[in-house]
Design a protein around this ligand. Sequence first.
Ligand SMILES: [Cu+2]
Length: 137
Amino acid sequence: MPTSRRIAIAIAIAIAVAACTAACGTDDSGTAAPASTTSAAAGVPTSQQATEPSTITVRVDEMAFSPAELEVRVGDTVTWEFADSAAHSVQGIGDRAMGINSPILNEGSWSYTFIAPGNYRYLCSLHPEMRGAVVVQ
Ligand SMILES: [Cu+2]
């Protein structure tokens, strides 16, 4: 009886160890593989995104620019999408923002690419209380 019990215990331990090893091995590889894949995949696009210009959309709706303030990098393009029932425009405030001057639109979009760092403020020429800002870094 003690012998068979020992064998039974040994088998149980062997099974437990095998199961744990398999589970741990699966867990390790399962965790490690996606982690390295994710970091590798995230690392490459992130470094590419750091140099590639992107386009940021500002929605013009309900008498407001949304988001009213945003941060972009030099070379980025901001696209204002006009979706309000009322017509609006994007007009820069001050010397720095002189180039920001969209037509008056109530649909469609207008884009501006920021090529120099700075704080660009703008408003709607029809509704001067509608204001926004783009911080270019
Ligand atoms: Cu307006």
